[in-house]
Structures are given as structure tokens and as C-alpha cells.
Ligand binder design. Structure first.
Ligand code: AMP
Length: 193
């Protein structure tokens, strides 16, 4: 199963991806998680990406396509993967098509979580509060200023990715405003699982 989860920041992609990992036994490939790990480790990619990420902007297509290209060839991704947070631009979607075509691989589904934008900021604030309560460190971009930029980047650069897959007839849409369990059920439904 090779799957893409699309949706704005705070839509619940990470939560649903974790459940799909359990169900299908395939890894979640989150470019955000991989970039945060690179920032933490102080790698050249991390050093390059940090300021853009903290401000809520998008890291260059070249960097994220490079990360995904390496990652999908690792052994644990052989049986499939769930892409979370990638592709975020049409150029990334096209690069992914090329990468997969070279490997004779196909995507099984692209699932978009549709959410009311007015609910997103409070979801992000809730996530930050829960992280603090659990003794963790809040993401540098989970604050109202960076969130505004992230939402703008989503509207301008990522929303066209949904249109890209819709025009190919491969996009499935799920109501992301429902409860976490109901969203999981709806995703399983569109996957026929
Ligand atoms: P996320 O955890 O998916 O919300 O990603 C956090 C941040 O990492 C984003 O706001 C971007 O700065 C960066 N990022 C993650 N994935 C991508 C991507 N596919 N393209 C560009 N930037 C990305």
C-alpha cells in the first residue's frame, strides 16, 4: 500500500498516519519529522532548513525530494509507505511521479482530509498545550505567527496538489472534522480496507 495523506496543518494527518502504520505495518514518511530530526542533529540539511521551518515557510523542493528519494528506497518501505506532509507543491508531486515510475511503483491512494480552516489554529494550540502537559517541547512553528504563514503556504502551494491528483482521478476526500475514530473509519472506507 502506497498512500499519500493530504490536508492543511492541523488536519490530523499525523494522527491518522500513526493508525495506518498500525493497520498496514508500513512506515509513515513525514518530511516534517525528518526535517526536524535533521535540525536537531545539526546536519547540513537541518542547518539550511531551520529558519524557513521556524517561520512557517516551505523548505526547497530540491531538499525534500532528495530526502524522500533516499527514504522510499530503504528496506522498510519496500512493502509500502504513508507519505505525510509530502508532496506539498505540484513540483514535488511531479518529482514523486518520476521517482515512482523509475522504480515501476504506483500510488494506491491519495486521501485528502478536508477541514474547516477556522478550526485549525485552535487545533494547533491544543497540540502545543498537550505537548507542554506531557513535558515535551512545543514545535517552534506551532504558534499563531508561524501558523499564519503555514496556512498561507498551504493555500498557495499545497492546495494545487489536491487539484493535481483530482485531475488524475486518484484523489479521495474524507471529512477531517469528524471525530478521530470516525475519520479513521472513513479513511479505511475509501481504502476499501
Ligand atoms: P509538518 O510537520 O508536515 O507540518 O512540516 C513542518 C515544516 O517542515 C513545514 O512547515 C515546512 O517548513 C517543512 N516541510 C515539511 N514537509 C515539507 C515539504 N514536503 N516541502 C517543503 N517543506 C516541508
Amino acid at each position: 500500500m502506497r498512500l499519500i495523506l493530504l490536508g492543511p496543518p492541523g488536519a490530523g494527518k499525523g494522527t491518522q498516519a500513526a493508525r495506518l502504520v498500525e493497520k498496514f505495518g508500513i512506515p509513515q514518511l513525514s518530511t516534517g519529522d525528518m526535517l526536524r530530526a535533521a535540525v536537531k542533529a545539526g546536519t547540513p540539511v537541518g542547518l539550511q532548513a531551520k529558519a524557513v521551518m521556524d517561520a512557517g515557510g516551505l523548505v526547497s523542493d530540491e531538499i525534500v525530494v532528495g530526502i524522500i528519494s533516499d527514504r522510499i528506497h530503504e528496506a522498510d518501505a519496500k512493502a509500502g509507505f504513508i507519505l505525510d506532509g509530502f508532496p506539498r507543491t505540484v513540483a514535488q508531486a511531479e518529482a514523486l511521479d518520476e521517482l515512482l515510475a523509475k522504480k515501476h511503483m504506483e500510488l494506491d491512494a491519495i486521501v485528502e482530509l478536508k477541514v474547516d480552516e477556522n478550526a485549525l489554529l485552535s487545533r494547533i494550540e491544543k497540540r502545543a498545550a498537550e505537548t507542554v502537559a506531557a513535558g515535551g517541547t512545543v514545535r517552534a512553528d506551532d504558534n499563531p505567527d508561524a501558523f499564519k504563514v503555514r496556512l498561507e503556504a498551504y493555500r498557495a502551494q499545497t492546495a494545487p496538489v489536491s487539484a493535481y491528483y483530482a485531475s488524475k482521478g486518484t484523489l479521495k476526500t474524507v471529512d477531517g472534522m469528524a471525530s478521530i475514530d470516525d475519520v479513521t473509519k472513513a479513511i479505511n472506507g475509501v481504502l476499501g480496507a
